[in-house]
Design a protein around this ligand. Sequence first.
Ligand SMILES: Cc1ncc(COP(=O)(O)O)c(C=O)c1O
Length: 480
Amino acid sequence: MSFHVSLVGRKNLSREIYRQIARAILEGRLRPGDRLSPSRELAEALDVSRMTVNVAYERLAGEGFVTTRQGAGTFVSDSVTRLAPKAAKPQSRGALQSRTIWQSVSVQTPFAQPAHYDFRTGLPDAALFPHPAWRRCVSQALLSIGSTAGIYGDPAGLGDLRAAIARQIGFSRGVEASADDIIVTTGTQQALDIIARVLLSPCDTIAVEEPGYVLPRLLFHSMGLRVAGVPVDQEGIVVARLPHRARAVYVTPSHQFPLSVAMTLRRRLALLAWAERNDAAIIEDDYDSEFRFGGRPLDSLQSIDAKGYVIYVGSFSKTMLPTLRLGFLIAPPSLREALLSAKFVSDWHTSGIAQGALARFMEEGSFARHIRKMTAVYRERHAMITEIVARDFAEHLELLPSEAGLHVAAFARTVTVDQINKVVLHAAERRVAIQDFVTAAAAPPVRAGLMLGYGAISSKRIRGGLRLLRQCLDEMPRPA
Ligand SMILES: Cc1ncc(COP(=O)(O)O)c(C=O)c1O
C-alpha cells in the first residue's frame, strides 16, 4: 500500500516515517490488513537508505501498529483501533489522556531551519526589517506604559493602535472601519479561534478552501466542527459547491492560499449572495495583500458587504514579522460584544507592549515606509520568478496569475502528485526549500503543483535556486 510520506525539512527521518505511518493508521487512512510498501521501495521513493525505513518499520512493529509476515510483507495489525487513545500517542502513556481529537492535530514546524535557497511561503524578509526603528518604538512603549503597566488593558486592544489600523486599511484596502470596529488579536489564528467560538457550535459545518491554509482547518477540526473542503478554481472558491448546511466559510480572496489567484468580482458577489441566502458568515482572511504589484486591487469582501455577513481578518505577520503575533479583526456590529467577550476569556488582551510599539511604528510613518520599501523588493522578486518560470519552465509548469502577496503558484504539466513530492525532496537535498500543494491539502490534491515563495529568498539567490529546481524537474521520468 503506498501512501504519502513527506520528509521536507525534517531532521530525524526514521522517526518521521514512523510518525506519519502511525498517524495514518490511527486516523484510518491505513486500515488493518493493509500492506505497507516494501522497505526497499519506500526507501527508493523517499530517496533515503533502506536502514532508515527499516528502523521506522521495526518501531511500528514493536509498538503493535504493524506485523511482519515472513515472505509476505508488513501489514497493519488487526488489533489497532482507529484513534485508540492508548496506541494513539505511544510516547505519552499516563493517567491523563487528551480528547481523541488531539490525536489528529499536531504541531507542524515546516520552518525549523533556514534554507540556502528559501522558496517557502509566508515568510517575510526579516533581514530587511527596520530593526533600529522598531527597537526605538519598543523602548518608547516600555517607557510610556509606566504606571499602567500593572493593570490589565482593554480586550479590544490599545485605542491608538486601533486608530492607526483603521487609517491604514481604509487607505490601502478600502476597508471602512473606525477604531471602535477593530479588535486586536494575537495573529490571524486567534482571530479565527474567537470568531469560530462565537459563531459555531460543535458539529456545525464550516467550509474552507481546498487546497487551502492548513492551520485554520486544524483549528476548526480541534473545536469539533465539521470542516468541508470546497474546491478552488481560477476565480476563487467555487461557490456552487458550498454545502447548504455550512454556517460559515473561511476564504483568502485577495491572494488565495496556496493557488495565489484573486477571487473575481463575479465570485465575490456570488459568495455574498450565498451567505445571505444561507444566513452564513464569511471570514475574509486578507493576510498578505498589502503587497501589490500591478492591476487595481479588487475591493475587499468586507467593503462590498452591505448586509453584515463578512468578518475581515488582518495580520502583521507578513507586513511586520510573524514572531510578533499581532493581527486584528473587524466584525459587523451584531457580533462585536460577543467577540470582545471571547477575546477577554481567551487571553484578556494581546501584549500591551507589542501593541504600543506597533502603534508608534505606524504613527511615525515607519510602517508605511516599510511597506513601500518591501513592495518594491517583493515586486522585483515576483517579476524575476514569474519571468524565469514562464521562460525556462514552460514545459514543466503552468504559472497561475497573481499580482500580490509573498508567493506565486504553478501547476505541474508533466509530473504527478507523487513525483512533485520527490522533486521537493530532491530539491531539499540541493538546499532548495520549496513546498508542493500537498502541504496545503486535506486530501491528495487534484493536480500536482508548487508554491514559490519569495519573502525569504534574496533576489540574488533566485536564479541559482530556480536552476537547481529545474534540474530536479528535468530528472523526473515523464509519465508514459
Ligand atoms: C493564508 C494565511 N493567513 C494568515 C496567515 C498569518 O497567520 P498569523 O497572523 O496567525 O501569523 C498566514 C501565514 O502564513 C497564511 O498563510
